[in-house]
Design a protein around this ligand. Structure first.
Ligand SMILES: Nc1ncnc2c1ncn2[C@@H]1O[C@H](COP(=O)(O)OP(=O)(O)OP(=O)(O)O)[C@@H](O)[C@H]1O
Length: 481
């Protein structure tokens, strides 16, 4: 039975689902594994990857008023490139909101991308007409998106798993049943589970059914969105290992989306790390974990509970909110949180102190610096009315707020900071912002670093690996692009 859906062959050579649905349940359709392998011949030839994404972009308009006037755009995915080869599992990781799911739904054309190219088996997906899109939707399956809500509670598991076969034209009920029972076994369930209802299954079993429903039409690409994040830790390993098994058995290309690097490490051959709509690093999995080249990746790795003592780089904690994707920072989008943000020439900061200076600068630039709050906090701590605080005390309170020492070790830097503090104490926020910006500019806030080769042999988008560049002349003057 299992062979009905691909027969455990090491490559895409004849799943019955494929054969049958293409032929719309023709009499010649067969359940066996020895169907014509040309069904799966790759028009792109063996060299092209299964999936190639170039400059994929998805912006959501922000509208206002009755006329829905566009007043801005959420840059959810902002020009990403990656590939998935046959038989390969690629991880797309990053914090919540960085655009992973949008990347998946856009490349599958479950929603229309704003721009970019998506080549699948050598064809341009963005140019598909309705019929081609339907065929594509069978060959490229998205699985695991909240299986609980995606099952109709009144349908048996068998009916749910068979549904895609019906959609794709298989009318022979007996045949559908055979295929369904086979695929259920392939995902570690029993064929008899076909007669059960979703509420009778555990979370892990539902994930298996979700996978079965994706596999039943014999796809060549599976996009798995957060496959285990809703599951107990004890079940997670089971599902990941299942995904690994079916990937190998079916010769699938898998794009695995997760916010969790530990999950990605389990099953992925390669990883692309996303931050605020962009890919910032991409590498073979082992290389990424052993020698991460982007400070964001290093920070993400630092947040994995079981630190690897051999890992390079410091396990710095990632602080601060992810910026708003409708107004991403100029330059490197990570510079507002980066623990390794590049220092201006001519000054010597301890890196953590420099981060504090940058935090102050980012706050001033955002217009969210509120000296009244700083005064209130200091006044409360000192037990005096805010109006009675000395200018020196207010300046000290600002330094405390940004973890800055009472005096910087570098005299020149201290002079700049003191000037800015004086301006802040006088309520001249703009003067303080300008004073800091003119002396403490960094390339990280002006120039968007390209995804380029690093000495480690893989790509990262970080100025730490680029040619030394002069800090921009007007770092606070808005987006670089
Ligand atoms: N339909 C939409 N309209 C407007 N903004 C959207 C829409 N869908 C997603 N977004 C925004 O796009 C950004 C990326 O969202 P997305 O869900 O792709 O991120 P994610 O990395 O998958 O996050 P999560 O892991 O939380 O699902 C977020 O800021 C999100 O709020």
């Amino acid at each position: 039975m299992a062979d009905d859906v691909g027969g455990g062959k090491p490559s895409n050579t004849g799943g019955a689902g494929h054969d049958a649905v293409d032929s719309a349940d023709s009499a010649s359709a067969t359940d066996s594994t020895d169907t014509d392998s040309t069904d799966f011949a790759d028009p792109a030839g063996p060299v092209d990857p299964l999936l190639r994404v170039r400059n994929l972009t998805k912006h959501y308009p922000i509208t206002e008023g009755l006329l829905a006037r566009e007043v801005g755009r959420v840059r959810a995915v902002d020009g990403i490139d990656f590939e998935v080869r046959r038989g390969e599992t690629v991880g797309l990781v990053g914090e919540s909101g960085c655009g992973k799911s949008t990347a998946a739904t856009s490349l599958l054309r479950l929603e229309e991308p704003t721009a970019g190219e998506v080549r699948f088996e050598g064809e341009e997906v963005t140019e598909y007409d309705a019929a081609e899109l339907k065929r594509f939707r069978r060959r490229a399956q998205m699985v695991f998106q909240d299986p609980t809500s995606s099952f109709d509670p009144r349908m048996t598991i068998g009916e749910s798993v068979a549904e895609p076969l019906v959609v794709h034209g298989m009318t022979d009920g007996e045949r559908r049943e055979r295929i369904v029972r086979g695929v259920l076994e392939r995902v570690g369930l029993s064929a008899d589970d076909a007669d059960r209802y979703p509420h009778e299954l555990s979370g892990g079993q539902k994930q298996r059914v979700g996978l079965a429903r994706g596999l039943v039409v014999d796809p060549s690409l599976v996009v798995a969105d957060e496959p285990v994040s809703a599951l107990d830790v004890s079940i997670q390993a089971e599902i990941l290992s299942l995904l690994d098994d079916v990937q190998e058995a079916f010769g699938l290309g898998v794009l695995l989306i997760s916010h969790d690097l530990a999950v990605v490490r389990e099953v992925c051959d390669r990883v692309a790390v996303m931050y605020l709509g962009e890919i910032v690093e991409t590498a073979p999995t082992d290389e990424l974990f052993e020698d991460p080249q982007h400070p964001y990746t290093r920070a993400l790795l630092g947040s994995i509970p079981r630190p690897d003592p051999h890992r390079r780089g410091s396990a710095v904690e990632l602080t601060g909110d992810v910026p708003d994707p409708s107004d991403p920072p100029a330059g490197c989008r990570f510079h507002t949180r980066c623990p390794e943000v590049i220092q201006p020439d001519g000054y010597e900061f301890e890196q953590s102190v420099w981060r504090g200076v940058m935090d102050l600068r980012v706050r001033l630039r955002s217009g969210r610096f509120d000296d009244a709050v700083v005064r209130e906090t200091a006044a409360e701590a000192d037990g005096v009315p805010a109006a009675e605080l000395s200018p020196e005390r207010v300046a000290a309170a600002v330094r405390e707020e940004f973890d800055l020492p009472a005096e910087l070790g570098d005299d020149d830097a201290e002079r700049v900071l003191s000037d800015a503090m004086s301006a802040l104490v006088d309520g001249e926020v703009e003067t303080a912002r300008e004073r800091l910006a003119e002396s403490f500019g960094t390339v990280c806030e002006t120039v968007d670093p390209p995804l380029d080769a690093t000495p480690a042999g893989h790509e990262a988008a970080c100025h730490l690996h680029g040619e030394p560049t002069e800090p921009g002349a007007a770092p606070d003057e808005g987006r670089a692009d």
